[in-house]
Design a protein around this ligand. Sequence first.
Ligand code: S2G
Ligand code: ZN
Length: 465
Amino acid sequence: MLPDQVLSQLKAIVGPQHVLLESEDLQRFGVDRTTLWQANPCAVVLPSAVTMVQKIIRLANDCNLAVVPSGGRTGLSGGAVASDGELIIALDRINTVIDFNAIDRAVTVGAGMITADLQAFAAKHDLLYPVDFAAAGSSQIGGNIATNAGGINVIRYGMTRDWVIGLKVVTGAGDILDLNQGLLKNNTGYDFRHLFIGSEGTLGLICEATLQLTRPQADTTVMVLGIETFAAIVEVLEVFKTKIELTAFEFFSQAALDKVIKRQGHSAPFATQAPFYALIEFETRTQVTSVALALFEQCAAQGWVLDGVVSQSLAQTRALWRLREDISETLWHWQPYKNDISVRVSKMSDFLAEVDQLVAARYPDFEIVWYGHIGDGNLHLNILKPEDLPQTEFFERCGIVSLEIGELLARYGGSISAEHGVGLLKKSLLPYSRSPVEIALMRSIKKTFDPKSILNPGKVFDALV
Ligand code: S2G
Ligand code: ZN
């Protein structure tokens, strides 16, 4: 419960109507997509300017009040969970276009801007903001940056980190930093921008961001291929990657396709059933499409591909994408335990063989769904919760196997969290991907930017006391 004196100061900073105390609001703002923690914030405040954020952070320092930054709350690792009386600072009201320059092809926006609104703004100016993923319709740019969101176009356009050319943040100490200011070249010491990108709200609150935009992508063609084995997917990736500039190379298993067809009413891409499917996307240019068809024949001759389809229209391209993009939303019905893991693409074949064997052996009675961005070395392994098994018991059993997956990742130099962040959910697995020295250095960096450890306490790692 907030002391009255603090509450009145918060109301004075943001206006009484922007301090939320109703249970419904506390529940709505207090969690992300995870379902393991009970929302229990003390209040939600919605500032409309960076200077308000600064005042709130300084007040929080004065009264040792923990703060959780909140964006679109589409996170999957508990990074935006407020379960221990923290004050939520929601960036929803800092959500406009602040500056746009066509010469720089750069736009500065409030952190609370919805990703899809930024994509639409870029398109309106015949430009492209190329980071895209299923949650773009409700995620916010600030949260995308705080978790360095990836998505379906990383193979061609990279991660969110690659498009941030300026950040205005309020540090945990209450200082406003205006980082890099949209410069393409700026070699003046440590680039703090890259500390805040992916920091999951533990070093400062991202309030404004300057994003680089690029030329719009031509219409694309999508091929979906039915593939015999995990190993064959990597072979097909290599064949296509060497001959065509891909804009996406995704994969999903038959189990994923079955669920999406059944629950979303989509149609199968072709009559043949296959253990796996690759979704391959490239810009539509006649010679490229004929090269792609020749590569398809080559892969079929190798016995890697069982069947395939090439989109002939924008509608068909979109319909084929739905088979991949609707997987995540569809699986929520089964409250899945999610592993979001990655290894270098060159190690993918061997890793897949080992992790597939491990998972099949350790989860004999659970349904396993594979999908993800195999072109980036990123796998989403979802274990579906049996109807009659309580979630806590299910997550405990899955958590034990995740330790073994962590061991395997450590051996392959892989990541226990490729794109979804660490938050609360993956914290125990961090040592499989980061050394003790690295974790100690992260703690000291946090001490520098957030000396009283008020920002997002308990997320990613436990701060120095
Ligand atoms: C994807 C979306 C989140 C999830 O579909 O690529 O990153 O459910 C995921 O895994
Ligand atoms: Zn993903």
